[in-house]
Design a protein around this ligand. Structure first.
Ligand code: FES
Length: 107
């Protein structure tokens, strides 16, 4: 969808909402101690950088969670109803494309 917006010259989040009737997406990164040790801060920073890059501030709400009870599977990220485990900073771009920009398959 974002690619289409760029092709149309529509890149601001306000225009995004107006054009596509987009709803707010919530991304929650577990900031519990186990996930913190596995790189939760880097994952969070990568999401924030992509939100800024794509001017998606009005479409994406970031949140931090306490322990999700899946410490051995950290870093744990929840995007609306999708729970993702073993997330690394390097995977954030692909996740952002699939779950935020809705480009590609969700597996
Ligand atoms: S610290 Fe993240 S699931 Fe427990």
């Amino acid at each position: 969808m974002f690619t289409r917006l760029v092709q149309l010259g529509i890149t601001s989040s306000e225009k995004f909402h107006r054009q596509w009737g987009a709803t707010m997406i919530t991304v929650s990164v577990c900031l519990g101690s186990a996930c913190h040790l596995k790189g939760a801060n880097g994952v969070l920073e990568a999401f924030l950088a992509l939100i800024e890059k794509h001017q998606a501030q009005a479409s994406v709400q970031m949140a931090g969670n306490f322990c999700q009870g899946r410490c051995t599977e950290g870093v744990v990220v929840q995007i609306d109803d999708h729970l993702l485990t073993n997330v690394t900073r390097d995977q954030v771009h692909e996740i952002f494309l699939k779950y935020i920009l809705k480009i590609g398959d969700k597996t």
